[in-house]
Design a protein around this ligand. Structure first.
Ligand code: C2E
Ligand code: CA
Ligand code: CA
Ligand code: CA
Length: 278
């Protein structure tokens, strides 16, 4: 029986080892990818469908491996969020974004860039000061940058988050609630935080024109936003039918393949130039 116990223990250890390995190596790969500067921003426009102008763009990270393969954020962001690497990744991303847009972001215009952050970052004084210092150092007005914070993951310290978000908005950086309706905090977040915009998740936009019960949630979110005086951005808009439905509910800020897919900087810059002067 001792031998049996030994083998059982051994196989448990092996199983844990196997289970842990992918995450550990992925962490090392991310570190290595950062050193090799393999993470790049893609940009997707957010359109005012009433006026046809580009209001802003969302920064969506991509991992461009040396063999040319492009890895989607869903494959590494959750791990980076889990192990804290997300802080380094985001700082690196913000710097790249500012460098790429340098002149445009300083020029006089309302166009701004929206960057995804995790709740954890909005509870971090160092993230706050790094961001503010970077903007000051590069002479970028704060209103040219916005943060999107997902509702999928809860804040661990709402009081602290509130203080830091207040600090950011006082400085001029606006905050959006991302994936609204999918998450944990629900609308209670909004009563506690100075957030000015809701981003409706693609999951709900997808229900337009179907019998899916979630389409009721879409209408509730829109109603709630109106009552609370919040701006609304609909994400993942793919069809004219969805555009029409949203227009009927006076939603005009839209993002999705119907308008444009996320693209690398050079392509996005051409896209901006042919459409408007920023
Ligand atoms: P998200 O913030 O909800 O971003 C919207 C996602 O929907 C993006 O996926 C975008 O490419 C996709 N999308 C936009 N319009 C359409 C459409 O019409 N049809 C379809 N099928 N998809 C559309 P992506 O780029 O793969 O990013 C996935 C998620 O990864 C993001 O979801 C966000 O939560 C996270 N993420 C991306 N970049 C960053 C980052 O720099 N930091 C953090 N913390 N998270 C990021
Ligand atoms: Ca236009
Ligand atoms: Ca987002
Ligand atoms: Ca989403």
């Amino acid at each position: 029986t001792q031998l049996l116990l030994f083998f059982m223990l051994l196989s448990v250890c092996l199983a844990i080892g196997l289970y842990r390995t992918p995450e550990r190596t992925l962490k090392e790969m991310i570190t290595y990818g950062l050193i090799k500067k393999e993470f790049i921003p893609y940009y997707q426009p957010i359109i005012n469908s009433q006026t046809g102008t580009i209001t802003c763009c969302e920064v969506l990270i991509r991992w461009q491996r040396s063999d040319g393969e492009l890895i989607s954020p869903n494959q590494f962001i959750p791990i980076a969020e889990h192990n804290g690497q997300i802080i380094l990744l985001t700082n690196y991303l913000i710097e790249q974004v500012i460098d790429q847009f340098k002149d445009e972001l300083i020029a006089d215009s309302d166009f701004y860039v929206s960057i995804n952050v995790t709740p954890q970052q909005l509870e971090d004084d160092e993230f706050l000061s790094t961001t503010i210092n970077l903007l000051k150092q590069r002479n970028v007005p704060a209103h040219r940058l916005a943060f999107e914070v997902t509702e999928r993951i809860p804040f661990s310290d709402l009081t602290k988050a509130r203080r830091i978000i207040q600090h950011l908005t006082d400085f001029g950086i606006s905050i959006k609630l991302d994936d609204a309706g999918t998450g944990y905090g629900g609308f209670s977040y909004l009563q506690n935080l100075p957030i000015d915009t809701l981003k409706i998740d693609k999951m709900f936009v997808d229900t337009i024109g179907t019998n899916d019960l979630k389409s009721n949630i879409l209408d509730s979110i829109i109603l709630f936003a109106k009552h609370a005086g919040l701006k609304v951005i609909a994400e993942g808009v793919e069809t004219q039918a969805q555009v029409d439905y949203l227009h009927q509910r006076e939603i005009y800020l839209m993002q999705g393949y119907h308008f444009a897919k996320p693209m690398p900087f050079d392509e996005f810059r051409r896209y901006l130039q042919q459409d408007m002067a920023i």
